[in-house]
Design a protein around this ligand. Structure first.
Ligand code: 16G
Length: 253
């Protein structure tokens, strides 16, 4: 395999076809995007020169430049004067919706360091809504963890997790991964249901995520259950819209 093909995830000239309904530059952008979002092409990696890419793929330089331009607009690549194209250090994370993973695991699988900045942690009585969502008796108490979660030093999401105290008696005992801690306590997350919607960030949340007020974000609510079906956590999170991508695998029923 050529060096270029190797670097770009076995990209071969035959992968691009003028017979497909998608223009060549978008086919190339799609291929490169997949390499970056899957973590196969890491942060700060240089791409082959435009001319080399065009020759190797047997397409025009205009096609290559348009493809790279699309990815630059998406924030995945940047053009450094005199040195060519590089992947950005900003993490762009893909999460498979069919696998139950923790934030820490998601980051580790991309070679990133999962950081945390604690916003709050308390133990208090569950609200009526939480009582219903977590299947509690009226008056039962919950632990709350409000965390700004980071990839390296970049803020990625704000997450408020609420768990019955019977599963998490002390929120201050959570050091790194909540799921790691719960597994140690014998309350391993087994299954989750989540829903996603697009929102624009209010000033407070935007500020914490280093974004301007009104920036787009993904709002996710998740209910996680133990193996016996008991609700273990209710989480509401805001993910930076420019850094997270959720992937769903569909199979024939
Ligand atoms: C993920 C989960 C969240 C869970 C957290 C645990 C989504 C949308 N949310 O962020 O429910 O509490 O992982 O992460 O996937 P940790 O074990 O690293 O603390």
């Amino acid at each position: 395999m050529s060096l270029i093909g190797k670097k770009l995830g076995a990209l071969q000239p035959t992968d691009l076809s003028a017979d497909l309904p998608l223009p060549l530059y978008l086919q190339l952008a799609k291929h490169l995007r997949a390499q970056i979002t899957s973590g196969k092409l890491g942060a700060n990696e240089s791409l082959p020169a435009e001319r080399e890419l065009a020759e190797f793929l047997n397409v025009s330089r205009v096609t290559v430049r348009k493809a790279l331009g699309v990815l630059a607009k998406e924030g995945l690549l940047s053009n450094r004067q005199g040195s060519g194209w590089f992947t950005n250090s900003s993490p762009y994370v893909e999460q498979r919706l069919s696998t139950l993973t923790s934030f820490t695991e998601d980051m580790q699988s991309r070679g990133l360091n999962a950081g945390v900045s604690w916003l709050d942690r308390t133990v208090s009585a569950a609200t009526p809504e939480e009582t219903l969502l977590l299947n509690l008796r009226p008056g039962e108490r919950v632990s709350r963890l409000n965390r700004l979660r980071l990839a390296g030093d970049k803020p990625l999401c704000i997450e408020l997790s609420v768990l019955p105290v019977k599963y998490l008696p002390d929120p201050f005992a959570v050091q790194g991964s909540l799921y790691g801690h719960l597994r140690e306590l014998g309350a391993a997350p087994f299954r989750a249901l989540q829903r996603l919607s697009a929102v624009s960030l209010i000033a407070d949340l935007a500020g914490k995520l280093d974004l301007p007020e009104g920036a787009p974000a993904l709002y996710i609510e998740r209910r996680t259950f133990l193996k016996d079906g008991a609700p273990l956590e209710f989480v509401s999170s805001h993910y930076r819209g420019d850094a997270y991508d959720f992937v769903v695998e569909l199979a024939l029923a």
